[in-house]
Design a protein around this ligand. Structure first.
Ligand SMILES: C[S@@+](CC[C@H](N)C(=O)[O-])C[C@H]1O[C@@H](n2cnc3c(N)ncnc32)[C@H](O)[C@@H]1O
Length: 212
């Protein structure tokens, strides 16, 4: 099984003896890896679409995980069994993720591990505003830059800078990402005409320069 660095890093954030609900599991590599590594006792591989769920079933059979990885056709958390205590949602846009999180009661989960494909700042804001305390973050570079967040119930205070950069990321990957963003903004800024956009991008550029 060729598993991406991104999936491996997500899996490492799962606490041992968890019962995972992997929402939007697609191929279910994460679920299989988590039970094979004995990190998860069980994993519910949840998918809204039939094609990806079939892919998940094939992976589960191939790696003989039928007793521990249970495929479920589910829109978001709709059909997640009550014993799941860790929710993973990865590899989708923030808007889809927000719909899933807003539409369901999350009280059964002691932890959520989330990796949106974009708008990480908006996800941080959503978590803090909904009384989730961000406990860890990891940034992975694999073609794109991906941020993975772990959160538990609790309160925290975030400044505007914290929402943009997070509180946990300081490594080389993080620095390279923000250098890359800085260069992109410097390229597009002279081409903009919209005053509001110019103001927003200039402000972000200033924040990045202060941070780096
Ligand atoms: C790009 S894949 C990501 C797969 C895997 N989680 C990963 O990180 O590699 C996104 C998957 O989410 C599924 N999905 C999208 N919206 C969903 C929803 N509301 N409920 C469950 N699955 C959903 C899609 O069908 C697709 O298979």
């Amino acid at each position: 099984m060729r598993i991406s660095k991104r999936i491996r890093e997500i899996e490492k954030m799962i606490p041992t003896e968890s019962i995972v609900a992997d929402i939007g599991c697609d191929h279910a590599y994460l679920d299989v890896l988590a039970v094979k590594n004995k990190r998860a006792l069980k994993s519910y591989a949840c998918e809204v679409a039939v094609g990806p769920l079939e892919r998940a079933k094939n992976t589960i059979q191939l790696y003989h995980c039928e007793d521990q990885v249970i495929p479920i056709l589910s829109n978001g958390l709709e059909r997640v069994p009550n014993d799941a205590n860790v929710c993973v949602i990865a590899g989708m846009g923030f808007e889809t993720m927000r719909t899933i999180l807003n539409d369901h009661d999350l009280s059964q989960f002691s932890m959520m591990i989330l990796q949106p494909n974009c708008d990480v700042d908006l996800l941080r804001r959503w978590l803090i505003e909904h009384d989730w305390f961000i406990t860890d973050e990891k940034m992975v570079h694999e073609g794109h830059y991906y941020t993975i967040l772990a959160a538990m119930k609790g309160n925290d205070e975030y400044s505007e800078e914290d929402y943009v950069f997070g509180k946990f990321l300081h490594d080389e990957t993080f620095k390279k990402y923000w250098m890359f963003r800085k260069e992109r903004i410097e390229q597009i800024l002279p081409q903009l005409n919209d005053e509001k956009l110019i103001k927003e991008f200039s402000h972000l550029l200033q924040m990045i320069e202060n941070k780096l």
